[in-house]
Design a binder for this molecule. Structure first.
Ligand code: NAP
Length: 255
């Protein structure tokens, strides 16, 4: 591995690391040398075992990201785990499907609070800490998990599209402000990946075939397809990359 991709001595906080993309990203960062702090509402036992098997440290914090109020407390506990947090991966997210005419305020708030509001306040809390890393010069990596619906409208997921479009805008806004503090803020926009998030789509045979037909790579993505992009955006290899929303989508957006 080129030295610039090496994460030895770094600590990454990954939200929603018990399953799906968050689990794959946590394991990829650990394989590149990082210790992992996981934050979420389900105990990430399998992720812990796989990170330990890679010889890295792992610490789990119970957190409900639908409630943005305790984000400073979460950041404080994450920093206390191993003394610092160099990398934040804002991965946790939910999707609620309904026609726009039928979306309830409860579903709207749940999606926006989890996918956007907590992402902002956790980033803010950790950016204050990252500013002081690197012998006071600032050093930090924030990687947001966006979506193809950061670029497109989607079907029957208006709150999700709003949240993920906002994540793309926020990625650029924070990159503009925090590059000067030595903090890189970027995002990954996963395509259609086989996780719980897309289970309903894959169960709909007609819709699943339509989706597959549009993917130039000719297959749905797998969680570990995100590994390379995650390590890149978490490492020194991306030190001059700010405010990018990087699609990892099998070519979907190129169509
Ligand atoms: P997933 O398997 O459903 O995982 C979602 C993760 O978020 C889980 O760890 C979940 O925890 C956590 N989470 C949800 N609400 C939470 C809350 N209130 N508090 C704490 N944790 C919470 O789906 P995924 O596909 O891996 O999704 C990960 C991210 O990728 C999401 O932001 C999603 O929008 C994005 N994404 C996915 C795709 C795709 O094709 N799969 C495409 C584009 C973007 P629990 O297990 O406890 O629910």
């Amino acid at each position: 591995m080129p030295a610039s991709f090496d994460l030895s001595g770094r600590v990454a906080l990954v939200t929603g690391a018990n399953t799906g993309l968050g689990q794959a990203i946590a394991i990829a960062l650990a394989a590149a040398g990082a210790d992992i702090v996981a934050a979420g509402r389900t105990e990430p036992e399998e992720t812990a075992a796989r990170v330990h098997a890679l010889g890295r440290r792992f610490f789990s914090i119970h957190a409900d990201l639908a409630d943005s109020a305790p984000m400073q407390d979460l950041a404080t506990r994450a920093i206390a785990a191993f003394g610092q947090v160099d990398i934040l991966v804002n991965n946790a997210g939910i999707i609620r499907r309904a026609d726009a005419l039928d979306v309830s305020e409860e579903d709207w708030d749940a999606v926006l609070d989890t996918n956007l509001k907590s992402l902002f306040f956790l980033s803010q809390a950790l950016a204050r800490h990252m500013r002081s890393l690197g012998c006071g010069l600032g050093r930090g990596k924030i990687v947001n998990v966006a979506s193809l619906l950061s670029f497109q409208g989607g079907i029957r997921v208006p709150a999700y599209a709003a949240s993920k479009s906002a994540v793309a805008g926020l990625t650029r806004a924070l990159a503009n402000e925090w590059a000067a503090h030595g903090i890189n803020v970027n995002a990954i926009a996963p395509g259609y990946i086989e996780t719980a998030n897309t289970a309903a789509l894959r169960a709909d045979t007609a819709r699943s075939a339509q989706i597959l037909d549009r993917i130039p790579a000719g297959r749905w993505g797998r969680p570990d397809d995100l590994a390379g992009a995650a390590v890149f955006l978490a490492s020194a290899a991306s030190d001059y990359v700010h405010g990018v929303v990087l699609p990892v989508d099998g070519g979907w957006l190129a169509r």
